[in-house]
Design a protein around this ligand. Structure first.
Ligand SMILES: Cc1ncc(COP(=O)(O)O)c(C=O)c1O
Length: 450
């Protein structure tokens, strides 16, 4: 365990006390059954426990159904936030409900304008309405786009570790996945373009880029994106840039839209994005994709057979969030940032999670935890004492932590080559739940490493 200096410990304990650190020892802490008081309405209640049990939440109810209520204390998996919706959006949805009609609708010009204004104001990206199409979800559009632009069904490039949904979508349209592993350089993952180019053959037509990258969090720079773009253009590859994490970015870090790095890059790419991650609205089912090259867009619609009808409430939610949500977004990002600082202190400075290291990501609300030492101890323990199957060590580690800490984390291997020994932790939660989870994980890890 790392040495802790007194000042660090004092600062940490002060912060911990301010956010109700749970100090019991010996057993797994349980979650608060009731929601905590909303003591700071102006901050939208991020610090309040928002109960998500009993509303078919995939993260909460799904885990409880699978593992049992007594086992799951804090699930920290699927990419949504344990935060309440922004009041302006809830209000707009209630107003829309007052008109009790749900016939077919066409998204209004105001809806498109809210997207155009958001992209211009937040990211200096200039879009035109005719470049934009809708989709229920980002992944719902990627499948048709692959069918349209990879007609020979060849392999699709991804740089791993990256979002597992890409792999599922590529498999769903019966294409091959070609993973180019990135390199971890002092905690920041970097593209390996030499490796990437070697993997291209005459049947490789598309690359799916995650910008910023889930799960490792890099906000790719203009330089990195241009170098990648040059490889793709040289080889006739269309870039699918998934930018759903664009607005969940740490202070001082910068997301760069792929379509903003130059004309030739914009013309050989499609960008897929939505308000769903930053404003926590994935089940409202509305996203959009755009390209300056309308031939690419037309191909997705016609050859790919994409349906662009979206949900009435999703349209209201996106437009309202993009019009009124900047303050909510900034405060959410600040709260998540403070969670990262807390986590960094707990893991790296205090060494309270033995066998685990972590670097603060540039984007997303995921901590990408390097756990190979802890994993080895778990493998040793489980194979010797319980004769468990160790063929998938990341799953074994995840199951072990559910059993011994009540905390569910995503096995790193789900994100492709490079995810070995890692776990992904979603920290878009109240500080109370983060503290509870970390204390439980700490106690469990210390049973094996001390
Ligand atoms: C990079 C990325 N793209 C897409 C999605 C899913 O988006 P949707 O629900 O709009 O399909 C996620 C969800 O975690 C994601 O991380």
């Amino acid at each position: 365990m790392k040495k802790i200096n007194n000042r660090t410990r004092r600062v940490f304990l002060k912060n911990a006390a301010a956010t109700s650190l749970i100090t019991a020892v010996g057993s797994v802490e349980t979650i608060a059954s009731a929601e905590t008081q909303d003591n700071d309405r102006n901050d939208y209640g991020f610090d309040k426990v928002f109960n998500r049990i009993g509303v078919n939440s995939m993260k909460w109810d799904g885990a409880i159904e699978k593992y049992g209520k007594d086992k799951i204390k804090v699930p920290m998996t699927i990419a949504d936030m344990d935060f309440k919706q922004m009041p302006a959006v809830t209000q707009a949805l209630m107003e829309r409900l007052q008109y009790e009609g749900f016939g077919y609708e066409t998204p209004s010009d105001e809806f498109y304008q809210s997207i155009i204004d958001w992209q211009r104001n937040q990211h200096k990206l200039i879009l035109k309405k005719e470049w934009i199409r809708n989709s229920p979800g980002v992944t719902d559009a990627i499948g048709p786009a692959l069918r349209a632009l990879n007609p020979t069904g060849g392999k699709v490039l991804v740089m791993t570790p990256t979002y597992s949904g890409f792999m599922h979508e590529i498999e769903r349209v019966r294409m091959g996945i070609e993973m180019s592993p990135m390199k971890n350089i002092s905690g920041r993952w970097e593209m390996d373009l030499v490796d990437l180019e070697k993997r291209i053959d005459s049947n490789t037509k598309c690359l799916i880029l995650c910008n910023p990258n889930n799960p490792t969090g890099e906000c790719w720079t203009v330089n990195e994106l241009r170098k990648l773009g040059d490889v793709c253009i040289r080889n006739g590859i269309t870039v699918f840039s998934d930018e759903i994490w664009a607005d969940v970015v740490r202070a001082g870090k910068k997301y760069t839209p792929y379509a903003s790095i130059g004309e030739k890059y914009a013309n050989s790419s499609i960008t897929f994005t939505s308000s769903a991650k930053v404003f926590n609205q994935p089940m409202l089912k509305v996203s959009y994709f755009y390209s300056k090259n309308v031939d690419l867009i037309n191909a997705v619609m016609q050859n790919g057979g994409h349906h662009d009808e979206v949900n009435t409430f999703g349209i209201v939610a996106t437009e309202t969030a993009y019009r009124k949500g900047e303050d909510w977004m900034n405060k959410m990002n600040k709260y998540v940032e403070e969670n990262f600082v807390y986590l960094e202190s707990f893991v790296n400075e205090l060494g309270e999670l033995p066998g685990v290291t972590f670097s603060k990501p540039e984007s997303t609300y995921f901590a990408w935890l390097e756990c190979s030492e802890l994993m080895q101890k778990i493998i040793q323990n489980e194979s010797q004492t319980r004769n468990k199957d160790i063929s998938n060590p990341e799953n074994l580690m995840s199951d072990w932590l559910i059993e011994n800490a009540g905390v569910q984390l995503d096995p790193g291997i789900n994100y492709g080559i490079g995810g070995e020994g890692y776990l992904r932790m979603n920290i878009a939660v109240s500080r109370e739940h983060l503290t509870l989870a970390l204390n439980n994980l700490s106690r469990a890890a210390k049973m094996l490493i001390w």
